[in-house]
Design a protein around this ligand. Structure first.
Ligand code: SAH
Length: 357
């Protein structure tokens, strides 16, 4: 008997779900009811949607998978950061993280399996891009992380799209995810609580701006001149820093949100006082913020983070230019919580050839 392939429930928009309810002889309001359970009440199965008639629950179960991925690892760090490694139906693996900081509950989600951008210090792109994640697969990460919080008082407060992959290279699927995160009846999170991090794809930044929502934009700059950026972020070769800054300026003009520039600090590579001065010149007249990320070591890569005095000097030079800079705190260090690290380890383990005895 051939297996019936069900649709992923999380791929449906609210209007598609309403239409489905109508096709099945039910009022549209059923869609609102069902979504309330899924996005707001942490149900594990359609069986738990108690005010939905049993017959409709059966139809939902027959046609849709609520969740598709299998959790193959769940790590909890000493600072209560939690990380999930998920296997998708085609056996691809992605990861996502929940971080706790006072009252904030920030989740970090992935948008692609692997990455095509090739940033030389990043674990996610080492094996290239396998494929884009679907809308449902991205939302499933959100819901799985949400379900790690068993206390009803604990809620996702912020989402950062900073996991594996280049979100703007999968913008077609990212946009409906952002809508679901933002909309009432979805996760209901204010746009200001959602951050999209990009390598800097100018046309895609403009498309994001067209949504006319106050999502935060973080641009991974990592170098203050094209010569160095071409080496660290190879896609820069066809783009260039000027084009990225112009698109980011437009984003700020439309959204009113101060753009964050991310800058991974690589000892002896891009952390010299001269680099800080060049960055200061680039950003001094822009309403922006620099987020310095000390290099998270990746097995097989030689880059390391600078010493703290060197990092502090970088910050103070930026301050002399009036550029606000913060150094990112490391979360979940004892569970490989930095992007792509856990997946990489998993792939390396599974790819290690078995020696025949
Ligand atoms: N593709 C997106 C999301 C990448 S992950 C982007 O380029 O922005 C989020 C941030 O972590 C990016 O700034 C990325 O360059 C940075 N990053 C990747 N690997 C890192 C590492 N090993 N140490 C520190 N930061 C890293």
């Amino acid at each position: 008997m051939s297996e019936i392939v069900k649709q992923h429930f999380l791929d449906l928009s609210s209007s598609e779900l309403s239409a489905w309810c109508e096709q099945h002889g039910e009022g549209k309001y059923r869609a609102t009811q069902i979504r309330k359970w899924v996005f707001g009440k942490r149900v594990e199965s359609f069986d738990d949607c108690h005010d939905v008639p049993a017959a409709l629950r059966e139809k939902l179960k027959a046609e849709f998978d609520l969740f598709r991925a299998e959790v193959i690892a769940h790590n909890v760090a000493s600072d209560r950061t939690e990380k999930l490694l998920l296997t998708l139906p085609d056996k691809q693996v992605v990861e996502c993280v929940l971080m706790r900081e006072t009252k904030r509950r920030t989740i970090c989600i992935s948008t692609q399996v692997g990455c095509a951008m090739g940033c030389v210090f990043c674990a996610s792109g080492l094996e290239g891009l396998k494929r884009n994640l679907t809308k449902g697969e991205i939302l499933e990460q959100v819901l799985r992380l949400d379900r790690l919080m068993t206390d009803p008082q604990e809620r996702i407060t912020n989402v950062v799209v900073m996991g594996i992959g280049e979100p703007l290279a999968n913008l077609g699927n990212l946009i409906p995810v952002l809508q679901t995160l933002n909309e009432k009846g979805g996760m209901g999170l204010g746009a200001r609580r959602i951050t999209v991090s990009t390598v800097g794809l100018p046309e895609k930044i403009r498309e994001l701006a067209k949504l006319d929502k106050a999502f935060n934009l973080a641009v991974s700059l990592h170098a203050p001149n094209d010569e160095l950026r071409n080496k660290l972020v190879p896609v820069n070769d066809n783009i260039g820093i000027d084009a990225i800054l112009s698109a980011a300026d437009e984003y700020f003009a439309i959204s009113g949100r101060r753009v964050t520039y991310e800058y991974v600090l690589l000892s002896g590579v891009n952390d010299a006082p001269e680099h800080a001065r060049q960055l200061g010149h680039l950003l001094k007249n822009r309403i922006s913020h620099v987020n310095l990320i000390p290099m998270n070591e990746v097995e097989g890569l030689d880059f390391v983070e600078p010493t703290s005095p060197r990092t502090n000097e970088f910050v103070s030079i930026l301050e002399q230019f009036g550029v606000l800079a913060t150094v990112r705190k490391r979360k979940g260090a004892d569970i490989d919580a930095a992007c792509g690290q856990l997946r990489l380890k998993h792939e390396q383990q599974t790819l290690t050839p078995l020696t025949e005895s």
